[in-house]
Design a protein around this ligand. Structure first.
Ligand SMILES: [Mg+2]
Length: 208
């Protein structure tokens, strides 16, 4: 692999495994929010939630556009998330620490949430920057402008960068911008032309 000088990682289900269950907590919250705002029963709200994600990238962005909700109110629930299942991961820490070049997190959660999760994982001091959805006008991955803002802010050079995410859709723009792409996901059954490397878990790959 060519020389990599900037490492950009997604947070949820990438720097910790999906089995931790945080994403299901988040999904439940978002479903509840859609239910409330759209005044729908759970099954119909779930259909709306999926449509919002498909059309706008995230539930939050979709609710901001279709219902003009306050993003600060939407994200305030992150303070109530139970992070107790997140534990320090010394082997992952060692593997990340050995990487040459600065490491960054780009999450569709808030930057504060990103830093809290990194803290729980014992990784916070290894990252030079955390970009959250609140860092750039609530524009999420996979929107091109969201990546451009993040990369501009941190001085990330895509041509020598690598983007690591558990969601294939979030790797399309990084690939188009010239980055190497790594999909960390044991359950994605599809072939993706824009994915350079696919791995079931981050640590195994970093060690190799
Ligand atoms: Mg993720």
């Amino acid at each position: 692999m060519r020389r990599v000088s900037h490492w950009v990682f997604d947070l949820d289900d990438t720097l910790y495994p999906p089995t931790v269950g945080l994403t299901s907590q988040q999904r439940l919250h978002m479903l509840g929010y859609v239910q409330k705002v759209y005044d729908l029963p759970p099954d119909e709200a779930e259909i709306v939630r999926r449509r919002l994600v498909a059309e706008h990238g995230t539930t939050l962005r979709g609710l901001m556009i279709t219902k003009e909700i306050d993003p600060v109110d939407f994200l305030s629930w992150e303070d109530d998330l139970d992070l107790s299942a997140l534990r320090p991961n010394p082997p992952l820490r060692d593997a990340l620490a050995r990487l040459d070049g600065p490491r960054y997190v780009f999450t569709n959660g808030s930057a504060g949430y990103g830093r809290r999760v990194l803290g729980r994982l014992g990784l916070d001091d290894l990252f030079s920057g955390v970009w959250g959805i609140d860092s750039g006008d609530y524009l999420p991955k996979p929107w091109l402008e969201a990546y451009e803002r993040c990369f501009d802010a941190f001085g990330i050079e895509p041509a020598s960068g690598i983007f690591v995410d558990d969601s294939a859709v979030n790797l399309r723009v990084p690939k188009d911008l010239g980055m190497a792409t790594v999909l960390v996901n044991p359950d994605d059954p599809y072939d993706h032309d824009h994915v350079d490397v696919r791995v079931p878990d981050l640590l195994t790959w970093l060690r190799s």
